[in-house]
Design a protein around this ligand. Structure first.
Ligand code: ADP
Length: 173
């Protein structure tokens, strides 16, 4: 199933896949980082749709249309803010990935692009987030044969290398 997982160094807003994942905040009303980039690229109709929703709990996910993005859908999920690791941050992060796949199944989504959830403004250490992300995606792909490709879209080399290394090291498992 590792052949269905790919790492890309680039901008998630440019990805032509069924769904891109937004590392949103609880309000779903936009923010910085990948959230700001997705809203800018999707256009104001995305915010209009998000305003009709009642926010999103940490670890949960909600789907909207992609509007002006090349992707058909945006699956918004809210990662945990890192507070040192003793506040269930790891479980919450794992839950984000599980929730995104649950949303994907509802809509016949076959290709999904993830950003590195929580490792930006939310300060989750990359070296701890990456194994959680890769393991969660691997586990979900085992159960979801209809998902053909998952892309980890990384914005910087450190994050990209962390995903590459993790995926390579898991090659024999
Ligand atoms: P969070 O608040 O969940 O930490 P951020 O958006 O601050 O989310 O950061 C998550 C990751 O997304 C970081 O690695 C950041 O560099 C990256 N990122 C920012 N903009 C983009 C983009 N346009 N495409 C892909 N990744 C991005």
């Amino acid at each position: 199933m590792l052949e269905r997982i790919k790492t890309i160094l680039g901008d998630i807003t440019k990805q032509k896949c069924d769904a891109v994942v937004n590392a949103a905040n609880n309000s779903l009303l936009g923010g910085g980082g990948v959230d700001g980039a997705i809203h800018r690229a999707a256009g104001s109709k995305l915010l209009d749709e998000c305003k009709k929703l009642k926010g999103c709990e940490t670890g949960e996910a909600i789907t909207t249309k992609g509007y002006d993005l090349p992707a058909k859908y945006v699956i918004h999920t809210v990662g945990p803010i890192w507070h040192g690791g003793a506040q269930n941050e790891k479980d919450s992060l794992r839950k984000c990935y599980i929730s995104v796949f649950r949303e994907a199944k509802k809509r016949n989504i076959k290709t999904i692009a993830f950003p590195s959830i929580s490792t930006g403004a939310y300060r989750f250490p990359v070296e701890q987030a990456v194994p959680i992300a890769v393991k969660a995606v691997k586990d979900e792909l085992k159960q979801n044969k209809e998902i053909t490709n998952v892309f980890f879209v990384c914005y910087d080399n450190i994050t990209y290398n962390a995903y590459q290394t993790e995926i390579k090291n898991r090659g024999t498992q």
